[in-house]
Write a protein that binds this ligand. Structure first.
Ligand code: FCB
Length: 463
C-alpha cells in the first residue's frame, strides 16, 4: 500500500497529442518546422493531427476519470499561447487550457502543468533559439503570463521538461528539433534552459505563494562497463552531463567542477554570468524526475558508437565526451531498445536523498513502448507494459520505505502519441489509439493501473 495522498497520475505533452497546429491563431513551433524537413522523422510522420486531443480533450478527460487518476500532467504549447514567443498573447490559445483545466477539476483530477515540453516558437529559434540568452527571459515572461491566467485553478507547476533533451538532442546530436549539430551552442542551450527555469520560478513565485513549483529532469542510472579506470571515467562523464549538470545547478547552485573541466576544450563557458547559478537554484517546492533506463558505458578506445539508438542520422549528444561507448548491459529491452532496469530507479532516488538537499520528489514520467496489437476481440493485451510499471512502482514503494520523500507517480503516457523523431511507431500509452479513426481503447495495463489506483497499492502477482 502506498501512503494516503500518494499522487496517481499519467502524463502527456502538448505537441505529442494536440494536433490542430494552425487552429485558433497558433504560431509555428520548431517541431512543426523539423517535421517538415526530409529525413528528420521516421516515415516522415508529423503532428498535424497527432491524436486530435485539441478537439477530443473532453473525451480524454473522461478516460482519465474512468481510470481513477488523481492527477494529470500535461504541457501547454508556447506557440498556441504566444505565437511569436514574445509580444502579444493569444486569448484563444489560453482558453483551450482553461477549458481543459476546468474539465479536469470537474472530475476532481488535479492538473499538473508543464510550461515547456520542447515546442519552442519558431520565431525564437530564428532569433537564436536556446543558445541565445534572451530566450530565457522570453520564457520567464511567458511563464508569468500563463501563471497569472491559470494559477487560480492550477496548483502544481513545472518549468522545463528534461532540459538535457532540449539542449543536447536539439542542438548537439540534432535528433530533435531544431536539429542543429553545434556542440558549443548545445552547452549554451543547456545553461539557458537552466536559467529559464530559475527566472520562471522567480516570476511565478512573485505572483503567488500558493503555487507548488518544480523543475523536471530526466535521470539515468549509470554504470561503468568494467572496473577499469577508463570505464569509470566514462561513467563519471556521462553522469556529469546527464544528471549532475542539471541537479547540481538546480539544487546546489553550482555546476560540477569535473564537468566544467571536461568541457573546457569546447567552450570558455563565458556565457555563464555572475549570479546565474543563484537564479537557477531559486528554491523549488518539488523535483519532478523522469526515469526510464540505465546506461552502461565504456571509455575504452574503439568502444561502441555513442549515439545509442537514434532513429535518424544524428551526431553525438555527449558534448566533450563523444568517445564514450554505450554497451549492452544484458537486460531485456523495450521497443525503444531501452534496457529495463527498475533497480536503477532505486539508485536514482536514494542518490537524490544522499547527495542533494531533501525535497519532495515525484516520478513525473516512467513507462515503456511495446509493439501493441489490437486483438480480434478488440482488446489490447500488454502484459509487458504492466510488468514494467508494476516493477517500477514496487521500487517506488521500497524507496518510500527507505525514507525517500517520493509523493507521486505519473505513467508515461496516458495515450499512444507522437514519439518525436520516432513518429507514431512507438506506443507508450496505457490507452491504445487507432491513428486512423482516433478511437481510444484501454489496454490491459490501463485496467490494471486503474485497479492499482483504486486499491491504493499493488495487488499480488497472481491477479
Ligand atoms: C521523454 C519525453 C516524453 C516521451 C518519453 C518517452 O524523454 O519527455 O515526451 O518522449 O521520453
Amino acid at each position: 500500500m502506498f501512503p494516503t495522498g500518494f499522487v496517481w497520475g499519467a502524463a502527456t505533452s502538448a505537441y505529442q497529442i494536440e494536433g490542430s497546429i494552425t487552429a485558433d491563431g497558433r504560431g509555428t513551433s520548431i517541431w512543426d518546422s523539423f517535421c517538415s524537413q526530409a529525413g528528420r522523422i521516421v516515415e516522415a510522420h508529423n503532428a498535424e493531427i497527432a491524436i486530435d486531443h485539441y478537439n477530443r480533450y473532453r473525451d480524454d478527460v473522461r478516460l482519465m476519470a474512468d481510470l481513477g487518476l488523481s492527477a494529470y500532467r500535461f504541457s501547454v504549447s508556447w506557440p498556441r499561447i504566444q505565437p511569436d514567443g514574445s509580444g502579444s498573447y493569444n486569448a484563444k490559445g489560453l482558453d483551450f487550457y482553461k477549458r481543459l483545466v476546468d474539465e479536469l477539476l470537474s472530475y476532481g483530477i488535479d492538473p499538473w502543468l508543464t510550461l515547456y515540453h520542447w515546442d519552442l516558437p519558431q520565431s525564437l529559434e530564428d532569433a537564436g533559439g536556446w543558445p541565445a540568452r534572451d530566450t530565457s527571459k522570453r520564457f520567464a515572461d511567458f511563464a508569468a503570463t500563463v501563471h497569472a491566467e491559470l494559477a487560480d485553478r492550477v496548483r502544481n507547476w513545472s518549468t522545463v521538461n528534461e532540459p538535457w533533451c532540449a539542449a543536447f538532442l536539439g542542438y548537439a546530436s540534432g535528433e530533435h528539433a531544431p536539429g542543429r549539430r553545434e556542440p558549443e551552442a548545445a552547452l549554451r542551450a543547456a545553461h539557458h534552459l537552466n536559467l529559464a527555469h530559475g527566472l520562471a520560478v522567480q516570476a511565478m513565485r512573485a505572483q503567488s505563494a500558493d503555487s507548488q513549483i518544480g523543475g523536471c529532469v530526466n535521470l539515468y542510472a549509470i554504470s561503468p562497463a568494467t572496473g577499469s579506470e577508463a570505464d569509470r571515467d566514462a561513467a563519471r562523464r556521462i553522469d556529469g552531463l546527464q544528471n549532475r549538470f542539471f541537479l547540481d545547478a538546480l539544487l546546489k547552485g553550482a555546476y560540477p567542477e569535473d564537468v566544467l573541466e571536461d568541457l573546457g576544450h569546447i567552450s570558455d563557458l563565458a556565457f555563464i554570468q555572475d549570479g546565474d547559478l543563484a537564479t537557477i537554484a531559486s528554491p523549488i517546492d518539488m523535483l519532478l524526475v523522469n526515469y526510464y533506463s540505465r546506461f552502461t558505458v565504456s571509455g575504452a578506445p574503439g568502444g561502441a558508437a555513442s549515439a545509442a539508438a537514434a532513429p535518424t542520422d544524428s551526431g553525438s549528444p555527449w558534448v566533450g565526451s563523444e568517445h564514450v561507448g554505450f554497451v549492452n548491459g544484458g537486460r531485456p529491452v523495450t521497443a525503444m531498445g531501452w534496457e529495463i532496469d527498475d533497480a536503477g530507479l532505486f539508485e536514482v532516488l536514494t542518490r537524490l536523498v544522499d547527495e542533494y538537499p531533501r525535497i519532495p520528489l515525484y516520478i513525473s514520467e516512467n513507462g515503456a513502448a511495446f509493439d501493441d496489437a489490437l486483438g480480434d476481440d478488440g482488446t489490447i493485451h500488454d502484459p509487458q507494459r504492466r510488468d514494467y510499471i508494476e516493477a517500477h512502482l514496487r521500487i517506488c514503494h521500497a524507496a518510500i520505505e527507505a525514507g525517500v520523500p517520493l509523493q507521486g507517480y505519473f505513467a508515461w503516457s496516458l495515450m499512444d502519441n507522437f514519439e518525436w523523431a520516432w513518429g507514431y511507431g512507438k506506443r507508450f500509452g496505457l490507452v491504445y489509439v487507432d491513428y486512423e479513426s482516433q478511437v481510444r481503447t484501454l489496454k490491459s495495463s490501463a485496467l490494471w493501473y486503474a485497479d492499482t489506483i483504486r486499491h491504493g497499492g499493488l495487488l499480488g502477482r497472481a491477479q
